[in-house]
Design a protein around this ligand. Sequence first.
Ligand code: NDP
Length: 265
Amino acid sequence: MPRFEPHPDRRPVLIAGASSGIGAATAEALSELGHPVALGARRVEQCEALASKIVSNGGEAFAHHLDVADTGSVDAFVTAAETALGAAEIVVSGAGDLSFSQIHEMDPDHFLRQVDVHLVGVQRLVHRVIPGMIARQRGDFVIISSDTAGNPRPRMGAYPAAKSAVETMAQQMWMELEGTGVRASLVRPGPTMTGMGLDTTAEVIGPVLEDWSKWGFARHPEMLRAANLASAIVAVVSAPRGAHIAVTEVQPEARVQATAAGSNR
Ligand code: NDP
């Protein structure tokens, strides 16, 4: 008798924040492994376009509107996704956005909206999905955090505080889920080239980069690709039963420097 029932080959995946960036890349990577994927975001038309692409490549995909700041929307997304694809085996919680600001300059309502998406939005999904996973005695809940959790940078508004809070929430979940068969995992990206922060202006980003450099951040200019994070998430959820990859941090590798002889072998 094995210590754990192995994971089924077909594991329905729910992705919050699947309309672009890391969520979209993760949807493609997990569908290539044969898992059906439910794509949720506010820009549902982007999710529908990605679902069509996945289906035309031979995968199974479903798109539905999702706003993680709205409990009713989370419920509607999960219900529709599970009806279409089956009970959730894997959830990737990656919805998020970023507003650059100093704390004392950020409107408190705006600060609250950021916390609502990055912390409470994750808890809304946890509350909706984890009880079913506990009943089935298995499941992977992946929270996309940030390397700013516990390591804030100036001018990032509520983002580092909210990401730190979500990591504390995950640590509490590990204790509460111990022995249930459900694995909650944190994946912490470093700087990644996605839609995040791209809607900013030169006037805003200039002082941000100046302050980051002053405080020792942005040591080199390389950035990760969304596919790099998708690979990390695939590794986390593909760990066999009996192993739990609880925290994964992915950083861009610095460009290899030329040697004195002029080669960079
Ligand atoms: P993108 O902007 O490319 O993707 C963010 C996704 O979140 C989009 O699909 C967006 O869709 C969705 N989203 C935003 N708000 C909501 C909401 N209220 N409800 C549902 N979906 C929402 O950025 P990334 O791929 O980079 O971001 C993914 C995760 O990675 C985020 O949690 C981010 O904090 C984290 N991260 C990113 C880093 C980076 O350098 N890019 C570094 C560290 C962490 P839509 O607008 O259609 O709703």
